[in-house]
Write a protein that binds this ligand. Structure first.
Ligand code: ARG
Length: 583
């Protein structure tokens, strides 16, 4: 058994296979045993053991009932470790040896233990958030941001080199609508003069445009006119455009800082769409697609089972997809990736299908390494927090509300003294609640965000995990802990069922990271976290740490707490949950 604490599984798989092969060799016809049929399962009840190998697949070969085979196989294995139960060969690990190995690995180099190298050598670019500049970030972006940031962190923990990027869709009719309303009703106000967050300020004019266009049928046309002026480079229009986009982007960046997400590079549609246009025209020359009678450029994808797709409008202006060609090509030029992951809502599935296919037709060999990580809608329970438009909810408003609820809880429990800065703690609890709730569900599924539930301190929530971290931290800070540390560590003393289950949980963490990275699914980390917290609670109730029966055991349990905390902190970070020393 090597350095990897999970090697026990491979070791026993080999051993069970060898035992089966031994049995086969004793038979006259000496049948061949297929090693792939030797499957390790986790027994439903830990009392049965740590691994179970079902013997069903070998009944035919041995012409015996599975329980009889199980008995024979167990008889060939080390008596203390193996036993048979019905059709299963059950294995019990050497608890002392595993405990020593796991604690040693975690406590000596936690960063090393908590990372994998499954994806070593691969370069993955992750695009996420990617807002439009006509209004602030909303609840859907919060799910997108949490997913993108978390997946980037998980991929990096699994060994990949990761680059986080964002495309700001800063041109087009949507932003011209905000611009028009501002031009006509803004009276040169600024976010500062209005004392409104700058992205919200711009968003308010987008809402204003909706009203305007209901009263004044010419408004829509005047917005189109602004777009034409912008594309023609009209100075006044470009200046206004720049001013308003700067406001929006500045405000969004404040929200990114607040929620703990960041990008290595921003791309702006206004800077990539021309490149996209050029590529479309190049493809036209190559005969990849055609110019229609009305002057538009269209790709006929019916042979690929898709529709006809407009790539340039009849007036030559570009569409949403046009810039995506330019953006993807520039990205690959800037940072040649092995994979580019687009974290974008499931309603754009068709868009990406078409985009990837067209880039492939253009001859970019990396087009096959593009991946749309699609995620479902997120809604609020009926009747809650109607936004100004009645449908979407601003990200900032939602976080504020969560923070205020957390603050109330802290004050209600009179814990302001203990936590230090109550406002800051409340903000971190709010983010923990939000991110855990958003990430615990598989990305594809639609979901309902329930603020109350997300903040519960007792259920399967972010704050509950934060609380566990704070509780362990407080144990480790105690004077008795310092005293216990003077005793030499003997991890082999950790043999109780509760201690053992906790050690096993820790040992499975690198596997969880690897699976989450391969599936690009943060919910595998939240699920691991929840299991860990349940196991820790059981341990904590069953086993006093600093008041253990003897100093050696106190020392060993303290080390176990240290190991849990070391892994917990890193796991929380992967799912964007702030760690709290006290709460
Ligand atoms: N800004 C777009 C929207 O809000 C999403 C951009 C997604 N990314 C992309 N490369 N097309 O719908």
């Amino acid at each position: 058994m090597g350095e990897d604490p999970m090697d026990d599984k491979l070791f026993w798989k080999d051993a069970v296979y060898a035992a089966l092969a031994g049995l086969a060799a004793e038979m006259a016809e000496q049948p061949v045993i297929n090693k792939d049929a030797v499957i390790a399962e986790i027994p439903p009840d830990p009392q049965m053991g740590d691994l179970g190998f079902p013997m069903f697949p070998f009944a035919k070969i041995f012409r015996k009932a599975p329980p009889a085979i199980a008995t024979l196989v167990a008889g060939k294995l080390a008596a203390g470790a193996a036993s048979s139960l019905g059709p299963y060969v059950n294995i019990r690990f050497d608890r002392a040896a595993v405990a020593r190995r796991v604690l040693d690995a975690v406590l000596n180099s936690p960063d090393n233990f908590c990372t994998a190298d499954a994806l070593k050598g691969s370069r993955v670019m992750v695009e996420f958030s990617s807002p439009n500049t006509n209004k602030p970030l909303h609840l859907g972006h919060l799910r997108n941001d949490a997913l993108g940031e978390s997946i980037a962190r998980i991929l990096a923990a699994a060994g990949a080199e990761v680059r986080k990027v964002c495309i700001i869709n800063d041109r087009g009719i949507h932003i011209c609508k905000s611009m028009l309303a501002y031009k006509e009703c803004g009276n040169s106000a600024t976010p500062e003069s209005a004392r409104v967050k700058s992205d919200r300020f711009v968003g308010d004019y987008y809402v204003r445009f909706t009203k305007l266009s209901q009263e004044d049928s010419g408004a829509e046309e005047r917005a189109q006119e602004l777009l034409r002026k912008w594309e023609a480079g009209d100075e006044e229009t470009v200046t206004l455009w720049k001013k308003m986009n700067d406001w929006t982007v500045r405000g969004m960046k404040e929200t990114y800082v607040r929620t703990g997400i960041s990008f290595d590079q921003y791309y702006f549609e206004s800077e990539t769409y021309r490149k996209g246009k050029d590529e479309v025209l190049k493809g036209l020359e190559q005969g990849l697609w055609t110019r229609e009678e009305d002057g538009s450029v269209q790709a006929d994808l019916t042979a690929d089972g898709l529709d006809k797709k407009v790539l340039l409008r009849k007036d030559g202006t570009s569409l949403y997809i046009t810039q995506d060609f330019g953006t993807a090509i520039l990205r690959h030029h800037d940072w040649p990736f092995d994979r580019l992951v687009y974290v974008v809502g499931s309603e754009q599935r068709y868009h990406f299908q078409v985009l990837f296919l067209l880039l492939d037709k253009m001859g970019f060999e990396w087009a096959r390494n593009l991946y749309h990580l699609s995620y479902g809608m997120v809604n609020l329970p009926e009747g809650r927090m109607k936004s100004r438009e009645g449908t979407v909810v601003d990200a900032d408003d939602l976080i504020n509300e969560l923070r205020d609820m957390a603050l109330e809880e802290i004050r209600g429990k009179e814990r302001e003294e203990i936590v230090g800065d109550a406002m800051e703690t409340a903000e971190k609890i709010a983010l923990g609640a939000l991110h855990y709730y958003l990430l615990q569900i598989t990305p594809e599924r639609d979901m309902l965000f329930n603020p109350q539930e997300s903040l519960s301190f007792t259920g399967n929530t972010g704050p509950y995990l934060q609380y566990m971290g704070a509780r362990i931290s407080s144990i480790l800070r105690r004077d008795e802990a310092a005293a216990a540390r003077t005793v030499p560590l003997n991890a082999a003393l950790l043999g109780s069922d509760e201690e053992w289950e906790l050690i096993k949980m820790i040992s499975q963490y690198p596997q969880a990271v690897e699976s989450a990275a391969r599936e690009m699914n943060p919910s595998l980390i939240t699920a691991w976290l929840y299991e860990l917290s349940k196991n820790f609670s059981r341990f904590y109730h069953a086993a006093p740490v600093l008041t253990a029966p003897n100093p050696e055991l106190a020392r060993a349990r303290l080390a176990l707490c240290e190991a849990v905390l070391a892994v917990l902190r890193r796991a929380l970070n992967l799912v964007c949950i702030p760690f709290l020393e006290s709460m």
